[in-house]
Design a protein around this ligand. Structure first.
Ligand code: ADP
Ligand code: MG
Length: 606
């Protein structure tokens, strides 16, 4: 009897590989762009027909290939980018798997022409459904041009999955945007049916590129970020709290220049924005995380969108801390823009604990602190330590003249330098700054102040525990149990008392007093799930924050309360003494600004 197991023919292998790498025209564009960039191109032209379904052509001025390489590049696992296994952990190129070209060749009509600097003539090879149909010499400039026609022409089953031209074109634009944001020093042109869709000239600084791709208004609401840790660096731009989206589609993150969509990084990013933007909203970011190549494994997924970090927690902390520092800058969010009232603002519903009277006893300590605070509205507080990161001077040329200057950040007197005009309807402070009219929502301001103080108080005096009369049992899966066990110390520092109980369970013997009304078992189960999935969880911190937020909201000065001049001045001082002063803890703005031009427009004086 012949063996039942067979080694598959080469071409079938390539089709299988294509199933992973080549999903739609935009995947072809992604692979070809990566190759052009790896070849050192300074200019890349992309031409498309029918959303890339009938043609994707990518031409570059990179290093090119000689005749031999031109034929080799079509072989499976043929690459010039790595040679030995150690290279896998020292990657500096976007590609390395040697799979893209044979995969694309297996499912289309492919033509590659290329010339290297040293050779007088170039070479062209034609391939159809994986078979080489001809090789000939051609005259052409240095670089490479790759044409992919009739995608999936022999694979009707896969062709059915392709969408309308516009949809495919949308995916391609997104792919080009991702690459182009990271490489402002490379020129990109994108044409569809002969029409130019993108024409991005080379630029040494990323701002121009961001403006061209994401729009000038977005650019004006981005803050620069530059943060260094001993083993890595995070730099780029992130949106002010006023600019958010309903989906994470404008969260652009890169690791060593490679666009990635990583759960851990996204989680850390949102952690940085926690209590600053409304829940369920996402910021706009173009952030580059640079680290030694051996710190990150990109060989996890065929399309390389996911990565594995050697120190996931370190990365999480770096990202979250850097973002929080950038956002804690006083006056952050003051781009001169009036917040768009049309932007939906979802405020988190308060947790049950805060409304249950039984919780009051437990909260007394913190409430005393609050009452003390409320009584001493005018007492000054020592300024927080200056953040250890640098702002590039003059971030964007388009900023308005009223832009807050560096000096005011340095001495924490952003709000104190406002000239107080008075109070409107017992709810808003009216101030003048330069020629601008600034309105401060006193309730939102007090909420943020109260919240930050409560947090500081909890931070210094520690979280009190409440022993449970009947310990709860938390049973976990094997993976969850393992990741949960690693984090016991952290959970105990937050006020839980946990004891191993049987094989895969913990007995919950005490809970943080502030959370005694919360279903601790459900909360910790969610924490275990997150820890297993991404190695980090802030669910407990979030739950604690929610309680503090509600307390801050109920105890603080409300709207409709007439304040004396001294109290108003104290409020401005207090705003200067805390971080994140531009937003209330629910993500609502604390202040809005009307420029002289805005006011004049109201009276048709322009
Ligand atoms: P990988 O990029 O993983 O090496 P590919 O199948 O994408 O695998 O490409 C195979 C090889 O072909 C590359 O390693 C490179 O040497 C060569 N190559 C592909 N595209 C280009 C290009 N635009 N310019 C120069 N060389 C290229
Ligand atoms: Mg490649």
């Amino acid at each position: 009897m012949p063996p039942r197991i067979q080694i598959l023919p080469e071409n079938l292998c390539n089709q299988i590989a294509a199933g992973e790498v080549v999903e739609r025209p935009s995947s072809v564009v992604k692979e070809l762009l990566e190759n052009s960039l790896d070849a050192g191109a300074t200019s890349v032209q992309i031409d498309l027909e029918r959303g890339g379904k009938s043609l994707v052509r990518v031409a570059d001025d990179g290093s090119g290939m000689n005749r031999e390489d031109l034929l080799l590049c079509l072989e499976r696992h043929a690459t010039s980018k790595i040679r030995q296994d150690a290279d896998l952990f020292q990657l500096t190129t976007l590609g390395f798997r040697g799979e893209a070209l044979p995969s694309i060749a297996a499912v289309s009509r492919l033509q590659i022409s290329s010339r290297v600097e040293e050779s007088e003539e170039g070479w062209e090879v034609r391939v159809e459904a994986g078979r080489v149909r001809g090789v000939e010499a051609v005259g052409r400039p240095r670089g490479t041009e790759i044409e992919v026609r009739d995608m999936f022409f022999r694979l009707p089953a896969r062709k059915k999955f392709l969408r309308r031209d516009e949809t495919e074109l949308g995916h391609i634009s997104e792919t080009v945007t991702r690459q182009a944001l990271a490489r402002p020093e490379v020129q990109f042109q994108l044409r569809h049916q002969g029409r130019t869709l993108l024409d991005l000239p080379r630029h040494p600084r990323p701002e121009e590129r961001i403006g061209a791709l994401l729009g000038r208004p977005v650019l004006r609401q981005l803050l620069p970020l530059d943060f260094e840790a001993p083993w890595g660096k995070l730099h780029g731009f992130l949106s002010e709290p006023a600019l958010t989206r309903s989906a994470p589609n404008a969260v652009y993150t890169y690791i060593n220049g490679r666009f990635i969509r990583d759960r851990l990084v996204q989680h850390a990013l949102l952690e940085g924005y926690r209590n600053i933007i409304p829940k369920g909203r996402y910021p706009v970011t173009v952030l580059f995380l640079d680290m030694a190549p051996e710190q990150v494994d990109v060989n996890v997924h065929p399309t390389k969108h996911e990565v594995r970090f050697r120190d996931p927690q370190g990365v999480h902390e770096l990202v979250a801390t850097a973002i929080r520092q950038a956002l804690s800058r006083p006056g952050c969010g003051d781009s001169g823009a009036i917040p768009d009232p049309a932007t939906p603002l979802r405020v988190p519903s308060s947790s049950p604990v805060a409304t249950v009277p039984a919780a009051q006893e437990a909260r007394r300590g913190v409430q005393e602190a609050l009452a003390g605070y409320a009584a001493r509205l005018d007492r000054s507080v020592p300024p927080p330590p200056a953040p250890n990161f640098a702002f590039p001077a003059a971030p964007f040329p388009e900023r308005r003249a009223s832009e807050p200057d560096e000096a005011r950040f340095a001495d924490n007197s952003y709000f104190q330098r406002f000239h107080l005009i008075g109070q409107y309807r017992g709810s808003y402070l009216l101030c003048q700054e330069g020629d601008d009219l600034v309105l401060i929502d006193q309730h939102a301001a007090h909420e943020r102040i109260g919240f930050e103080r409560l947090k500081a108080q909890v931070g210094t005096s520690g979280i009190e525990k409440q022993a449970l009369l009947f310990p709860l049992v938390l049973e976990l899966g094997a993976v969850e149990f393992a990741s949960f066990s690693e984090k016991l110390a952290r959970l105990e520092s937050l006020g839980f008392e946990l004891e191993e109980f049987g094989q895969r369970a913990f007995a919950i013997k005490a809970v943080p007093q502030l959370l005694q009304q919360v279903d601790a078992e459900a909360l910790l189960r969610d924490v275990a799930g997150e820890l297993a999935a991404i190695g980090s969880s802030e669910l407990v911190d979030e739950a604690l924050d929610r309680v503090l937020m509600t307390m801050a909201c109920h105890t603080m000065v409300r709207a409709n309360q007439v304040l004396g001049r001294e109290q108003m001045l104290a409020l401005l001082r207090d705003l200067d003494s805390i971080d994140f002063s531009s937003r209330c803890p629910h993500g609502r703005p604390v202040f809005a600004r009307l420029t002289q031009a805005d006011v004049e427009k109201l009276f048709h004086r322009r």
